[in-house]
Structure formats: C-alpha cells, structure tokens
Design a protein around this ligand. Structure first.
Ligand code: ADP
Ligand code: ZN
Length: 658
C-alpha cells in the first residue's frame, strides 16, 4: 500500500544455514540459553551484523533486545544503547551481567568515580554494551569519549520518543540524527513497540535513517486476553477482577488522574491487595522506590498514570487494568503490552463507561492546540471508542488498526470471542434519546448533560427536572421501557457512533449531522446489549482460591506446583542476596521449563530455555539441590528422570520481601 513508501515489509525468513547460523546462533545458545531465534530476529541480527541500518517495529515482549545485544556481542567493539530509561539502566545492566555479558551505563545517577570506571572500561575495549541516556549525547565530553573508543553498533531504543505527536516525546531524541553523520560506518538500529505508519515514517526522517531496512513484526500478543467491561463501580469491579483472577499477581492499574491513582491504591491496600501509587506528582525518590519494589517483589500492584511503565521489562506482569479510557489505541496497546512479556497467560482488562466518553471529548474541546491538533486527538479517541463498542473480535480490531491482517475466525482469547455480545435494534431508543435533546434545544433553547437527559427519559421528578419544568416536555417519561444503566449505554454508544456530540465545559449533549438520519428513520441503529451483571468475571482453569503465584502457576499440572513454588522461594533468596529483581535470576517461564523437564543433571538443566552458560555455572547445583530436596531424583542419580515427586510435608516458606 502506498503510505508505506519504499518500505520493504516483513521479508520472509530465509531457510537453511545463513551467515547467522554461526556466531549469532552460537551466542544465542551459549549466552542466553535459547534454542532458536523468534520471528524476524535472525534476519535483523544478520543484517545489522553485516553493517546495515535497521528500523525494528515489534510489540513489547517480542524480543527486541536480542536484536542489538547479539550484534553487539558478535561485532568488534562496544554496542552503544541510547535509552531514555535512566531509572531502569541499572537493572538492564544487572540482567546482562547475570548472563555474563560485560555491560555498563553512564547517566546522571552515577558519581564521578563510577562514571570514570565505566568510561575506562569502554576505552579499554572491555565492554560489550554501554547504555547512555540521550541527553548525554548533547555533551561534548560524551561525544569525545565515544570517538576515542570502538563502537560496534548504535541501538536507539524506544525510538518513538522522537515523535512529536506521540505521548513519549523527548526533545533530546532529535539530536540523535547526528550519530549517522559522525559515525557513518557504524550500523544503527532503531527499535520501538509503537506501530502506526505515521510514527514509523517520523522515526525514519528524524533519526535520518533513509536507507535503513524496515522490519515489521506481527503485533499480535496471543497470550494477552483483552477484555473491556461496562463501568459501574470501577474500584469494586477491579477488586473482584483481581481477587477472582489475579490473586497474588503483579500488575499495573492505569488511571487518568493523580487523585484517582492515590484513591485506588489506598482502596486496594485497604482490601488486602498490596498496591502502591505512581504518578508525576510524587517525590522522585518515592517514585523510584515504588518502581524498584514493583520490579523486585513478585505480587505488587502499581496504580499509575501513564507516567509509569515505559521500558519496564518485568516479564511476569500478569495483568494491566485500565480504570479510565486511554486517549488513543497506540497508548492503550503500549500499556496493555506490558503484560505477559514472558509469554504466559495475562489479562488486559478495562472498565469503560459513559463518563469516559464525555470526559475525553470534553478534554479535547477545552484543551490546547489548534484545530488540526484537536481533529487528530478526536480521531484517536474515536478509534479507541470504536474498539470499546465493537461487537467483533477486539484483537482483530487492534491488528487492523496497525495495518495487520487479523484471523477472520476471531482470536478466541478476547471477551467478544469468548462471550459474543448480543446486539439489539436500538433505533427507537436512539430516536427517543435524540428527540429529547432536540426538544430541549428547540422548545427551551437549552442544552443538558447525559444525566438530565436520562432522568427525563425515565420520567424522574428530580430537583433539577422540576426546577426546569422538564416534566412538562412531551418526551418526559417516554423511556420507561429501559433501565437507567441501559439508557446510559444507549447514549454512550450514540456518542461512540457519532450520532451524538459532547459540547462545552459542562459536557452537554448536542446533535451531529448524522443524527438527522436517525430522527428521519433513514437508518437503523444496532446497539450492544448491556450485560445484566457488569464485569462478571470468568475465572480461568485455575478455579478459585488465592495465594501467591496462583495464576502464573495455573497452567502447570498440580503435581508440579510444589517444585515450582520451591524454586520461586529459592529464587527469591538468591535475588535478595544479590539485590536484584528475581526475574534476573530466572524468569517464571524458565522455572516452568525446569519443573516440567525435571532435570536430573546439570547437563539436562542446560537444555532448558533461558538457562545459558553463565547461569548454569552459577545456579545449576543450587537448582538441582532444591529439586532433590523435594524427594525427586538426587543430582547424582541421573537415571530416574520420570520419578514422581511426592508432595512436600509442608508448604515452602512464604517468600519474604525487602
Ligand atoms: P521487547 O524488548 O521487545 O519488549 P524483550 O527483548 O524484553 O522484548 O524479550 C521479551 C522476552 O522474550 C524476554 O524474556 C526475552 O529474554 C525473551 N526472548 C527474546 N527472544 C527470545 C528467543 N529467541 N527465545 C526465547 N526467548 C526469547
Ligand atoms: Zn477475539
């Protein structure tokens, strides 16, 4: 299609031994302990190792990091990673060091001596990877440092930060175009999980990457279950969702305002779910502490504004919940994408209601920016609303938004696929609602918000109805066939379909050009039925019952749970001793691999995905000892792989945190 210009779309992976069937693959096995490359990884790596520039668009959890880490390991010199995530650099470097990779970072959190040490390592050629914040490239001292060392590749992470339209714009990213001018022979790879064509083209232009090869991965995240429920009592709905489906799990809850962030975190804590707030209004130290806890503890919930989350590579975030409507599908997709990086089942859950629609439309109208800006913002909200109101597969709608082909039969893992919504002919209801708006305006010259419209339809003699004599209108009480919730659903859907508009600072309702076609009976208005009991949660196979790691472990057969829990307890102890997040030791997916294989020897253990050379050397014996203590095969035995593992006498000690 035209808009992509000369971009080569997702070339097929070539079969057979290529050049990468060599050092790159050997590095993947040895350092990372992974069996095979995923998707486009191999081709991207081959291209960059050969010196080519690349733009990589891959969803969160798709495996972007390897695309620059392996070239940095294979090519001579140090890979320089530009990342805006200063607060996460330490963890990123720790994770690499745990794999035996020589990594370091330079940023403003370091003191002089620490920085000098890293710089010396870089100059001595002793670093495989060096992480830098973009603002450092404005400093001549940094450019001078870089020009005195040998650079294998520049990786520009979170490359969408260069986009002025995006929500993560960082002015310092604009200066990154100089990298190509100063180091024309060093390949550059820009990576992002933001997928629209507009952002895509902006990155190419602003980073000056005209000849970069574009790699566009599938944006599908099949392990994430997408669900959008009508909002009734959002905090209670959230609580029920967490209790029934995600007890003991780590997750993120997004709210629009700082105030609701604070209140929601307090509410969850008061109800026995450990939650901490995160927003830009908190002291930087408090924010850093909360982020650090989220990464290091296993079952913490962070309630946050969108200030939280970019670059958080915690693999075991089991759910992302939205209590307010995000401003765009891009934002929603980025945020929900933080769930389930480890590929295990996760949920993206959102509660959404009439007030969200009104609120967002009002924000745009009363917000800053010129007409073009508003139109763009309105189009983003409209796309988001269409996703909320669709009776089709949610995943399909998301993929289409990102110009990718959905599965025609539906995904089978979103709410509309799992429980297809009923629709009903809402034409008459729509006419009643629109007529009420018309009467108020024509007969009284008045405009009112949704609450008053619904009260009039229901024939309620509220104070405000009596005050304005609205019980004298001919439409008063014409809507007693529907409940208040149903009427709010009708109005919400009329807004989403563009058959009603929101105006002014009070969010009053007004007709649109399209309203006439409904009033003149020129079209029908199909509507989604409001579920009788909103947010009735379906539990997954795990059934009820709380406890740590229930959901993460839910896909394991019961008899393997004791081993899984024992390994988690062992991991927590290792993490605490080293002061690193537990997933840096081994992530959940790797622990699951271990308990499923039941390795009886260090050699067996090394075949598990995620167990590389360094980790095998460091933890091999420890893991086998834990397994043996459960009554399974002793490390030395080696011949009784299929022995049953009896239940331990007691539950393992509950994990203890910081
Ligand atoms: P992204 O940066 O795109 O969000 P990551 O690079 O963090 O994704 O990768 C997500 C997860 O998948 C990580 O736990 C990573 O180690 C793992 N992973 C990446 N590539 C592979 C692979 N080829 N085989 C197995 N696991 C992989
Ligand atoms: Zn679906």
């Amino acid at each position: 299609m035209g808009a992509m210009g000369g971009i080569s779309e997702m070339p097929q992976v070539t079969e057979g031994p290529g050049t990468a069937d060599s050092e790159a693959l050997a590095t993947l096995h040895r350092v990372f302990g992974y069996e095979a490359f995923r998707g486009e990884q191999e081709e991207i790596i081959e291209h960059v190792v050969a010196g080519g520039d690349a733009l990589v668009l891959m969803p969160t959890g798709g495996g972007k990091s390897l695309c620059y880490q392996i070239p940095a390991l294979v090519r001579a010199g140090t890979g320089v990673v530009i990342s805006p995530l200063i607060a996460l650099m330490q963890d990123q470097v720790d994770a690499l060091r745990a794999l035996g990779v020589r990594a370091g970072f330079v940023n403003s959190t370091q003191d002089f001596d620490e920085r000098r040490l890293v710089e010396a390592e870089f100059l001595a050629g002793e670093l495989d990877l060096l992480y830098l914040a973009p603002e450092r490239l404005r400093l001549d001292t940094t450019l001078d440092l870089l020009s005195r060392g040998k650079i294998s590749v520049f990786a520009i992470d979170e490359a969408h930060c260069v986009s002025q339209w995006g929500h993560d714009f960082r002015p310092d990213y604009l200066a990154l175009s100089l990298l190509g001018e100063r180091w024309p022979d060093v390949p550059r790879i820009a990576l992002t999980a933001t997928a629209t064509r507009a952002t895509h083209q902006e990155i190419t232009q602003r980073l000056n990457l005209p000849t970069a090869r574009h790699f566009v991965a599938s944006f599908d995240r099949p392990n994430i279950q997408y669900r959008i429920v009508p909002k009734a009592d959002p905090k209670k709905q959230l609580l029920a969702f967490l209790r029934e489906e995600h007890a003991g799990d780590a997750g993120i809850v997004y709210c629009l305002s700082r105030n609701s962030v604070e209140r929601t975190a307090e509410f969850l804590t008061a109800n026995g779910i450990e939650a901490v707030p995160y927003h830009a209004g908190l002291d930087a130290r408090v924010r850093a502490a909360h982020q650090s806890r989220f990464l290091r503890e296993e079952g913490l919930v962070v309630v946050a504004t969108i200030a939280f989350g970019m670059g958080i590579d915690k693999p075991d975030v089991r759910f992302v919940a939205h209590l307010d409507l995000p401003k765009s599908i891009e934002g929603y997709y980025q945020e929900t994408g933080r769930a389930g990086r480890d590929g295990l089942a996760s949920t993206a859950w959102m509660a959404y209601g009439l007030n969200d629609v009104i609120q967002q439309r009002k924000l745009i109208q009363s917000g800053e920016g010129d007409e073009a800006f508003r139109r763009r913002a309105a189009a983003h909200v409209d796309a988001m609303l269409a996703l909320c109101e669709t009776a089709q597969c949610r995943r399909g709608q998301l993929l289409v938004y990102f110009d990718q082909a959905p599965d025609a039969a539906g995904c089978g893992n979103c709410d509309t696929c799992l429980t297809p919504p009923e629709t009903w002919d809402g034409t008459i209801a729509a006419q009643k609602a629109l007529s009420t708006v018309v009467r108020l305006q024509r007969e009284r010259g008045q405009k009112f918000g949704a609450v008053q419209i619904v009260d009039i339809l229901l024939g309620k003699r509220t104070g405000k109805v009596i005050q304005f004599d609205h019980d004298q209108l001919s439409v008063f009480g014409i809507g007693t066939d529907l409940t208040e919730t149903e009427w709010r659903g009708v109005i919400r859907q009329l807004l989403a379909q563009g058959l009603l508009a929101v105006e002014g600072e009070y969010g009053t309702l007004a007709l649109t050009e399209a309203s006439g076609t409904v009033l003149r009976r020129e079209r029908e208005v199909p509507l989604r039925k409001e579920p009788k009991k909103p947010a009735a949660a379906r539990t997954r196979s795990g059934g009820s019952g709380g406890g740590k790691a229930k959901a993460a472990a839910a896909e394991l057969p019961d008899e393997l749970l004791p081993a899984f829990e024992a390994l988690r307890a062992w991991r927590a102890e290792q993490a605490r001793e080293q002061g690193v997040p537990p997933y840096i030791i081994f992530n959940d997916a790797t622990l699951r691999g271990i308990v499923t294989l039941k390795p009886a020897s260090v050699g067996d253990l090394g075949t598990v995905s995620g167990v590389g050379e360094k980790k095998l050397a460091m933890y091999g014996e420890g893991v086998l000892t834990v397994l043996a203590s459960l009554g399974g095969p002793a490390p030395a035995a080696g011949d009784s792989q299929d022995a049953d593992w009896p239940e331990p006498d007691e539950e393992p000690e509950p994990d203890e945190w910081i």
